[in-house]
Ligand binder design. Structure first.
Ligand SMILES: [Zn+2]
Length: 417
């Protein structure tokens, strides 16, 4: 049994991201391999969100202090924010944003809205900054700069239940596509003994919490409750993932916010012509791309599903005279897979096999004279060995690297861990 490896070790071996003292602690820099994984995840979720009617927006990662006074972040979240930036000649300072919500509320509130536009789903891969203590930092799991798979959905209260169900269904689809099954749902509620930390009346909290319970019951999801773990603006459902070493990390959350609409003076004219304050759902099926990459790396110990692998096929020619044949083969497969040749000139075959192990390609093949003469190639990966004819390999790769086909254990399991 191989020893369980932390995502930092795996990412280091695979060269996915780095930290640099001159940039600063907790500020990961994505390297080409890691950026491939991040972009594949973004493309996958974007497709699902497009299909579900999300509208994409893009906003700057900082704003004036008055925005965060209004949102409440400066009164309840300030210790997690970077210090204020003072700008000479301007009355107010600027803050790096800890969350994307306030920007999105301003987008919704920029003109009068009708009930016909709802639910309005504003999505952004939003960069946020959290001031974590240096002792709490942990690779990609806990960083000071992160990019969230964020969206805010503006709706009327009677639309909340249906929308939360749709969001949970999207969450289940994402988990299935990623091949993640070891998760459980947590309902994070408010704590009546600490009313100063939670905005809004007890009655509103009960109504909102009940909607989240009902949505999970409708889908047959079992969950446990965590009093006092809610966001300050509303209750939330967290999806908790169990890692191989017994740790549990939040992957995703769905938050029902009945407070921020009034704070941002948001209004919708309902079907009776009356103005109403909309509710807002905050949701992020992948949480942040930093955290989900860390979780995937640990769960798969770097042996990612094919579509996510930075190197999908590594070719190792046995001797220098076969380097050219290896490059030709790589070129012929370049349109279906990310191929890397570990050429003979770069060291002994044993050395290159260790390199291959470090890079953790989805598949690798050793190219010798016998393979060239017979036209039969043996692809070796964590899911087994496959003997394929030279003309079958392209189609086989195309099929194995499809997102929908990437998870051989494509079964959604709902029980607790
Ligand atoms: Zn939000």
């Amino acid at each position: 049994m191989n020893q369980y490896m932390d995502h930092r070790q795996i990412a280091d071996e695979m060269e996915l991201y780095c930290l640099n003292e001159e940039v600063g602690a907790g500020l990961p820099i994505w390297l080409p391999g890691g950026e491939i994984i991040r972009r594949e995840l973004m493309a996958m979720i974007e497709k699902l969100e497009d299909r579900a009617g999300y509208l994409r927006v893009s906003s700057p990662p900082l704003a004036k202090s008055s925005l965060y006074e209004r949102s409440g972040h400066l009164s309840v979240f300030r210790e997690n924010m970077f210090p204020e930036m003072k700008v000479e000649g301007e009355g107010q300072g600027l803050f790096l944003r800890p969350m994307n919500c306030p920007h999105h509320h301003l987008i919704f509130g920029r003109k009068p809205r009708s009930y016909r536009e709802l639910p309005m789903r504003l999505a952004e891969f939003g960069q946020v900054f959290r001031f974590e203590n240096s002792g709490a930092l942990c690779g990609l799991i806990r960083a000071r700069s992160l990019c969230q798979n964020d969206a805010h959905i503006y709706l009327l209260p009677d639309q909340a239940l249906g929308e939360i169900r749709r969001i949970l269904e999207m969450n289940l689809e994402v988990l299935a596509l990623l091949g993640l099954r070891e998760y459980r749902f947590r309902l994070s509620c408010y704590d009546p003994s600490r009313p100063e930390e939670f905005h809004g009346s007890a009655k509103d909290w009960n109504v909102a919490e009940e909607i989240l319970r009902e949505a999970m019951n409708d889908l047959g999801l079992s969950y446990f409750e965590a009093p006092g773990e809610a966001a300050f603006y509303g209750p939330k459902i967290d999806i908790q993932f169990g890692l191989g070493d017994g740790r549990e990390e939040s992957i995703a959350s769905v938050q029902l916010d009945f407070n921020s609409g009034a704070k941002f003076d948001l209004e919708v004219v309902n079907s009776k012509g009356v103005r109403e304050v909309p509710w807002i759902v905050h949701r992020a099926p992948m949480g942040s791309f930093e955290r989900i990459v860390a979780i995937l790396l640990e769960h798969y110990q770097g042996r990612l599903p094919g579509w996510l692998s930075p190197v999908q096929l590594a070719i190792l020619p046995v001797s220098a005279e076969l380097d050219e044949a290896a490059f030709k083969l790589a070129e012929s497969l370049a349109s279906v897979a990310r191929v890397r040749v570990l050429r003979a000139g770069s060291g002994s075959l044993g050395f290159r096999l260790r390199e291959c192990h470090r890079l953790r390609p989805f598949m690798h093949l050793v190219l010798g004279k016998r393979e060239i003469e017979s036209g039969l190639l043996k692809l070796i990966g964590s899911r087994g060995e496959f003997l394929l004819g030279r003309d079958e390999i392209s189609r086989w790769l195309e099929n194995s690297l499809a997102v929908s086909n990437s998870n051989s254990r494509n079964v959604v399991k709902m029980e607790g861990i």
